[in-house]
Design a protein around this ligand. Structure first.
Ligand code: NAD
Length: 320
């Protein structure tokens, strides 16, 4: 089955995830969807110093939004902030330092943000990590799970009350089409059994992000949730974590701006908010979360199990 899934996925990728695919599909985009000012609206973007996150932060800053960049490395974040302020002319761009793989710190950061800021209109969970080797954080949790899944869960759950107080609140999570090869798994969340295949572990996390989005959308109906695939984009993450793929596909990869297009559209456009909450997007369109005949569907029971496991884990590390 995994050979079928991987081949079907790669073929789909060659026709839908490349730069040429973006150039062709973008012909149907409605230009005025992005002709909006978001002055007075606050956006939090994780991993905003690089790749898709930085391109998203730049586009939103140019539209007048207040941007909260949540980044791991102070120097890289300040450098990216300086670029964004210079190119956009918008000074409402703030740097926050957080390593999303450090579970207790994610709680502390989010709770502190809520105390300090009166509004947050849009949360963009963009940061993501692929690990080549299994490693654990201070809490003993596998680091890519802590970053891609539990960190996203805690940040989102903690900020929900602030989002709910703010106008037209939205949560966008940057997942990946790579999740199409994975069926939801609720066991071995810490990847401590069997061989550690970082790329497949990451693809599972991206599947978990899709399920998490669907479930959070059901539970919090006054927030607009979406999850998306940016396509195959030329960023440091791809160059470092998948050097062979990067080398062979280099000329076909999207630019970070092309990869960010649907993130920005989901974050700022009125058209996106008119769609129902909880869906998976590719190139401004709701798309299926499963490949045909790939047997990746999960039951409602499994999906609820993921949510209760995350809730229990999150609570374990919540500051009192
Ligand atoms: N590039 C692609 O082809 C592609 C395809 C599908 C999905 N994605 C997703 O797009 C998102 C952005 O990635 P990108 O391709 O722009 O790569 P990138 O390397 O340019 O950006 C990743 C960002 O995440 C941050 N990050 C990683 N771990 C972190 C941590 N523990 N704490 C805080 N920040 C952390 C990095 O510092 C960086 O800013 C990721 O979620 C990735 O999975 C990318």
């Amino acid at each position: 089955m995994s050979l079928y899934r991987n081949s079907a996925w790669f073929l789909k990728g060659l026709t839908e995830f490349t730069r040429n695919a973006f150039l062709s599909t973008s012909k149907r985009f409605v230009e005025k969807d992005l002709e909006v000012s978001v002055a007075g609206r606050a956006f939090m973007i994780t991993g905003a110093n690089s790749g898709i996150g930085k391109a998203t932060a730049m586009a939103i800053a140019k539209k007048g939004g207040t941007v909260h960049m949540v980044c791991r490395n102070r120097d890289k974040a300040e450098e990216a902030r300086a670029d964004i302020v210079k190119e956009s002319g918008n000074k409402e761009v703030f740097v926050h330092i957080l390593d999303l793989s450090e579970t207790k710190k994610v709680w502390e950061f989010a709770e502190g943000f809520k105390r300090k800021f009166k509004a947050l209109n849009v949360l963009i969970n963009n940061a993501g990590a692929i690990m080549s080797q299994r490693d654990v954080n201070a809490e003993g949790l596998e680091k890519s799970f802590a970053t891609n899944v539990l960190g996203v869960y805690i940040l989102t759950k903690s900020l929900i009350p602030l989002l709910e107080k703010s106008a037209d609140p939205r949560v966008i999570t940057v997942s990946s089409g790579g999740m199409l090869v994975q069926k939801l798994r609720t066991g071995n969340l810490q990847s401590d059994r069997g061989r550690f295949d970082g790329t497949m572990v990451y693809a599972q996390h991206k599947r978990q992000q899709v399920v998490m989005t669907e479930q959070l959308a059901k539970a919090h109906t006054n927030i607009h949730f979406s999850v998306m695939h940016p396509g195959w984009v030329d960023t440091p993450a791809v160059a470092n974590a998948m050097p062979d793929f990067h080398r062979s596909m280099k000329d076909s990869l999207r630019t970070p701006e092309q990869g960010a297009d649907t993130v920005v559209w989901l974050a700022v456009s009125e058209a996106a908010a008119k769609n129902p909450s909880g869906h998976f997007y590719q190139d401004r369109k709701i798309v299926s979360t499963h490949l045909p005949l790939a047997w990746t569907h999960s039951s409602p029971l499994e999906e609820q199990k993921l949510m209760s496991l995350l809730e229990d884990l999150a609570k374990t590390f919540q500051p009192h």
